[in-house]
Design a protein around this ligand. Sequence first.
Ligand code: PLP
Length: 408
Amino acid sequence: MTERARLSARIAAIAESATLKVDAKAKALQAEGRPVISYAAGEPDFATPEHIVEAALAATRDPKNYRYTPAAGLPELREAIAAKTARDSGLEASASQVVVTNGGKQAVYQAFQVLLDPGDEVLVPAPYWTTYPEAIKLAGGTQVDVFAGSDQGYLVTVEQLEAARTERTKVLLFVSPSNPTGAVYPPEQVKAIGEWALEHGIWVVADEIYQNLTYGALDSGVGSAAPRAVSIVEAVPGLADQTILVNGVAKTYAMTGWRLGWMVGPADVIKGAANLQSHLSSNVSNISQRAAIAALAGPQEPVEAMRQAFDRRRRLIVDELSKIDGMIVPVPEGAFYVYPDVTGLLGREWGGVTPTTSLELADLVLEQAEVAAVPGEAFGPSGFLRFSYALGDEPLLEGVQRLQRLFG
Ligand SMILES: Cc1ncc(COP(=O)(O)O)c(C=O)c1O
C-alpha cells in the first residue's frame, strides 16, 4: 500500500489563527491565577445593544425562523444591507447582490474562492490581518506582499502596487481602516489606488468591517466627528463591476459572537458565492439575521457611544505607549488597534533577556509584565506589537504602566 499523508496538503499548510493563539495563552495564564492584562482580542468589550438583543429574543419565539431560508440570506436583511452599503460605501447595489455569511471571515474566504484560480496573484498590503494568507492559499492563490511600514503610516502607494504587479495579478486586497494597524487611507489615496486597479483590470476585495469606527485628529476633542473611511467604490464608481465588499456587524455593533457578515458584489460573483455557500453552510442562523436587521435598520446611537469610548481609550493608549523610549507609535485613525513599531526595543537586554524579534518581545512582555500583545509576525514582518484597546480604561492604563516600568 502506498503511504499516504493523514491530512491533505491543503489543510496541513494552514496555521492556527495567531491572534486567537495569543489570546488563548493569556487566558490560560489568567486561569492559573496570574493577573495578565490582554490586549490580544480583536473584539469590542461592550454588550450588544439592548434593542438588538430584544429583536433576537422575539425571533426565537417566531416559528418562521425555525426553518431553512435561502442560502444567501433573508430578503429583508439583504435589503437592509443594500441600504447600509448605499449609505456608508456609496454603492447602489440591489439586494440580489448581497450574500449573508457566517461572519466577515466567511465572506473573505468565499471572495477568494470565487475569484482565484491556482497561480493567480493577490496583492496584499502588509501588515495584514492573519486570516487573509490562509484564505488566499486555500483558494490556490499566491499572495504577494506589499509592505508599508510606520514611516509611511502603514499606507501603501500606487507606485508600490505597480512595482508588485505582474501578468498574474488578479486581485488587490484593500482594507481601510486596517487590522492590525488602525490606518485609514485618505480619500485621494483611495481614489488613486482605485483608478490604478480599474486601469489594469484588477479586482478589488475591499474589507470594510471597521468602516464605522473612525476617529478625529488628536488635537480635536474626544469623540469629535471623524473623517469617513471612503470606500474604494465610492471613490471610483467604475470599479463596482470588479469589486467585492466584505463587511459585517461584529465590530460596529459589538456582535462578534453572533457570526453575521456579508459580501456585496457584481451579480455573477455573488451568484457563485451563494452557490458555494449553499453546499458549505447554507443560511446563517435566522436569529442572528433578525438581530442584524435590528442593528442595521434600528437606532445608531449605541454605535456612536461605543465609538466615543474607543476614541477616549485610543488617546490614552497612544499617549502612554508614546512615553516608552524605543517605540514608534503612529496614531491610528480607525478600528480599535494601535500598532507600534518596536524595533527600537530589540537587541537590548530587558530583565536578563535580549529579544531579537517581536515574537520574542511578546513572550518577554507576557512573562515579565504579564501583558499580552500580538507580535508583528502574526501579521507579516517582525518588529511590531498589536495592542487592541477594546478593554476597560483601568486595565488599559495599568497594562501600559507595566510596560513603562519594564522598559523604563
Ligand atoms: C479585518 C477583518 N476582517 C474581517 C474580520 C471578520 O470578522 P467576523 O468574522 O467576526 O465578522 C475581522 C475580525 O477580526 C477583521 O479584523
